[in-house]
Ligand binder design. Structure first.
Ligand code: RIB
Ligand code: CA
Length: 311
């Protein structure tokens, strides 16, 4: 089975870094390029972190393209309280000798239009780049083989607020525009990513060459999540989203009509689900989106651990 060409749009961040390492260790996909966006930390850092990580992993052949430095409408937010000031926790990767290869939105447009129906796009940050690409060339996201999105909280509480997940909170206007694109999409929200915990003990027991980096990178995330959730571990949101591209058989999905709140004082970024007992779907709010609602947690964590932490 030939590897599927993969592009990732990331706000590297610790779990984005883990997802990139998972992509590089997975024969099912060939990572052909990465676009960066402001999110967990500002764009300059998400871009530099991605360049450093790929170089450290021996894959500076994978080009990195810098995208949006701020959301479409809202002011930029960040999650450095979780991911640390650099965005890569307590790790210290060598300075990158490579530079961004170009503009992130242009990269998405060029790649998807050059290889219609072939390329899987996994987005693990705010959706600003994807929304700008779709606004520039309407229908371009439908040219992806599949668009996998880490974002939203469909039928569970949020994480950055009681109602919103961070990526959708950071740029709700972009999230709404991407859902409206009606691309071949799977939304991987907190409904499934918060079912999986990477335990601190697992990290400490791993001996692979990458394990030392992962331990250092994950340190502040585990400290934050332990303090807030009372569990000695962390969620690995972005690797779980990539897992939906690598191992779709591990996920249970449901098609739901959803939209995204863009203005509510307490609800901005909330995913609103229309499950009214209507006679016709045509009356429903929002768009029909395939949402991941359940996952085989143990098997996904086992595959992630084998491919990222034990080699
Ligand atoms: O809510 C979790 C998501 O927000 C993850 O992608 C994390 O990296 C941040 O981007
Ligand atoms: Ca992310």
């Amino acid at each position: 089975m030939p590897a599927t060409p993969l592009i990732m749009d990331v706000d590297t961040g610790v779990d984005d870094a883990l997802a990139l390492l998972l992509a590089l260790s997975s024969p099912e996909v060939e990572l052909v390029g990465v676009s960066t966006v402001a999110g967990n930390v500002p764009l300059q850092r998400t871009t530099d972190n991605t360049l450093r990580l790929l170089q450290w992993a021996g894959r500076d052949d994978v080009p990195v393209y810098a995208g949006a430095e701020r959301p479409l409408v809202r002011d930029a937010v960040a999650a450095d309280d979780v991911h640390g000031a650099t965005g890569l926790g307590a790790s210290h990767l060598p300075e990158a000798s490579t530079s961004p290869a170009g503009d992130g939105v242009e990269f998405l447009l060029n790649t998807l239009q050059a290889r219609p129906g072939e390329v899987t796009l996994v987005a693990t940050g705010p959706l600003t780049n994807l929304a700008r690409a779709e606004a520039q060339v309407p229908g371009v996201l439908r040219q992806a083989r599949q668009v996998i999105i880490m974002g939203g909280a469909v039928q569970v509480p949020g994480n950055i607020t009681p109602t919103a997940e961070f990526n959708f909170y950071a740029d709700p206007h972009a999230a709404r525009q991407v859902l409206a694109s009606e691309a071949e999409m799977v939304l991987v929200g907190l409904d499934v990513t918060e079912q999986i915990w990477l335990e601190q003990a697992t990290l400490q027991a791993c001996t692979g060459t990458r394990a030392a980096f992962c331990r250092a990178a994950c340190e502040p995330v585990i400290a934050f999540e332990s303090a807030h959730y009372g569990f000695a571990g962390m969620h690995v949101h972005d690797p779980v989203a990539l897992g939906a591209a690598l191992w779709p058989q591990l996920f249970r999905t449901q098609q739901l009509w959803i939209d995204v709140e863009t203005t509510g004082e307490l609800t901005v970024g909330q995913v609103v689900v229309d499950q009214r007992a209507l006679a016709s779907d045509q009356e429903r709010l929002g768009w029909p989106v395939t949402c991941a609602m359940d996952v085989e947690q143990a098997r996904l964590l086992e595959l992630f651990t084998e491919r990222v932490l034990q080699n």
